[in-house]
Design a protein around this ligand. Structure first.
Ligand SMILES: [Zn+2]
Length: 506
């Protein structure tokens, strides 16, 4: 059972989606007026890792992520660059897609643009007015926070504290200083749409309510974003969506990732310490940035800097060296067949299975990636030791056991989105490859036995004899005799009879 920290309740809860086996996930997308920085990049990597893990666990995930393509910041940017709003939004939308592709973030299933959902937003606002949750002043529409008694339930604030704590501008049009705009009347030169309140444009918060409800409906499973979005953005989304539908909850699990500091300072324009994702990718492999994100629990703060990047790079290279170390061993090996392994090798095969289970336990616990990585690095250590042993003293089953370990390592890395490029390479190689090797089949049989119920010694002897018969049929006497000799060493006497092979323990 996966456990998820839900910002709404402030506790770790069992994850039970609305519909069995399916997950609807909405992640707040970018406001497209600039290249994304590492703080934004972290959020998209975090939700990519969560999505990949949910898929690995067998959920069918529908991921919706919007583009905010109408906003004050976009309009300002267009004026600065002397371009149209559309020119700005298309340019930075493409830049965002390029950055996500470079980061190996799986594309969302649906990417709605705010400007293509204005009618849905207008319908919502009309209904909010009708229900007394919103009011119109001179072509603007505001949400009345006092009409929604639960306002503040996500961010755990009450209205009194908010009024005292926030530096709210005095706006005489508002009934309460905390009321926020659902619709803004048009100023000259700005993009505007017709509405029952005159020409104007939507506020930011209503965009996400309208688009998430359009594609996922009330009560969907996961709403994600950075912690900076809890207030006011997500608080307002709840007020809008629950006020509009009269139903609760709008979202079952609210998941928020932590901030990224740059050299112990908050990243901000005024300090001038903003670092863009694309600048990092010029110097580092995208998996290094992913590794850096994985090394910290998604809810904790990351202190980003050259040191952290170099550390992540080292960790990534340790994985890389281990994977390629096994490949090198396999290339050198001429043995095509692996008979029964040693006691240690059988234990190793079992350890690989346990590693997978422990990895899942870590990830099930609120996507604890640092713990999952710890388990992966234990495996790396074991595998490295085994590879050096094998280089000095090869055993018949060595290559197959090493390969099984490598497969486990690569598989777990790929669940986290690391080394997925190997998948593509493998897929093209597999097309040329034929049947799995005999050693692979034996190990698969043993491995399957371990993961469910251990096979009995009798079953294993039968399996070995079955394989021996296959060798005999191919007239591979050498291998057939080898199996016979090894079994006899263990006291298993074999008799070849006309009706088949019989065995007894002497
Ligand atoms: Zn949003």
């Amino acid at each position: 059972m996966i456990k998820v920290h839900n910002t709404l309740t402030g506790t770790k809860e069992n994850f039970t989606p609305r519909e069995e086996g399916k997950v609807g996930m909405y992640v707040c997308g970018p406001t497209v007026y600039n290249y994304i920085h590492v703080g934004n990049g972290r959020a998209y990597l975090v939700f990519d890792i969560i999505k990949r893990y949910l898929r690995y666990k067998g959920f069918k995930v529908t991921h919706v992520q919007n583009f905010t393509d109408v906003d004050d910041k976009i309009i300002n940017r267009a004026q600065e660059e002397n371009k149209t709003v559309a020119e700005i939004t298309r340019k930075y939308e493409q830049a965002f897609l390029d950055d996500m592709f470079a980061l190996n973030v799986l594309p969302p299933d649906i990417t709605p643009r705010a400007t293509e959902h204005i009618p849905q937003m207008i319908r919502m606002i009309e209904k909010l007015i009708e229900k007394g949750h919103a009011y119109q002043v001179d072509g603007n529409v505001f949400y009345s926070v006092r009409s929604f008694p639960e306002y503040g339930k996500l961010s755990k604030r009450n209205l009194e504290d908010m009024r005292a704590g926030e530096r709210v501008e005095v706006d005489e049009r508002k009934r309460d200083p905390m009321d926020f705009a659902l619709w803004k009347s048009a100023k000259p030169g700005e993009p505007a749409w017709d509405s029952p309140w005159g020409k104007g444009r939507p506020g930011w918060h209503i965009e996400c309510s309208a688009m998430s409800l359009e594609y996922l409906g009330m009560g969907f499973d996961i709403h994600g974003g950075g912690q900076d979005l809890i207030f006011p953005h997500h608080e307002n989304e709840i007020a809008q969506s629950e006020g509009y539908s009269g139903e609760s909850p709008f979202v079952r699990y609210w998941i928020h990732n932590g901030f990224v500091n740059i050299n112990e300072e908050k990243m901000s324009k005024s300090i001038g310490n903003i670092i863009l994702v694309r600048d990092i990718l010029e110097k580092y492999h995208p998996d290094v940035l992913r590794m850096l994100v994985l090394q910290t629990h998604y809810r904790n703060l990351i202190d980003f800097g050259v040191e952290a990047l170099e550390e992540a790079k080292k960790a990534y290279e340790r994985l890389e060296n281990c994977i390629f170390g096994v490949s090198e061993l396999l290339e050198k090996s001429t043995l095509k067949v692996a008979p029964a392994g040693t006691q240690r090798e059988m234990e190793l095969a079992e350890y690989y299975m346990e590693t997978e289970t422990r990895f899942e336990e870590a990830m099930d616990d609120d996507f604890n990636t640092p713990r999952a990585l710890g388990i992966i690095f234990e495996l790396v250590k074991e595998l490295n030791t085994y590879v050096s042993e094998q280089s000095a003293f090869p055993t018949p089953a060595g290559p197959a056991i090493a390969k099984l370990g490598q497969d486990t390592l690569v598989k777990l890395c790929q669940v986290l989105g690391l080394f997925t490029f190997l998948q593509e390479e493998e897929a093209s190689e597999l097309e040329e490859e034929q049947e799995p090797s005999e050693s692979g089949k034996i190990l698969q049989a043993i491995a399957h036995g371990h993961s469910r119920k251990l096979p009995s010694p009798e079953e294993l002897i039968d399996l070995l004899l079955d394989i021996r018969t296959k060798f005999r049929n191919r007239k591979d006497w050498e291998m057939a005799d080898y199996i016979r000799a090894r079994l006899e060493e263990m006291g298993v006497k074999i008799e070849d009879r006309r009706e088949g092979v019989r065995w007894k323990v002497e």
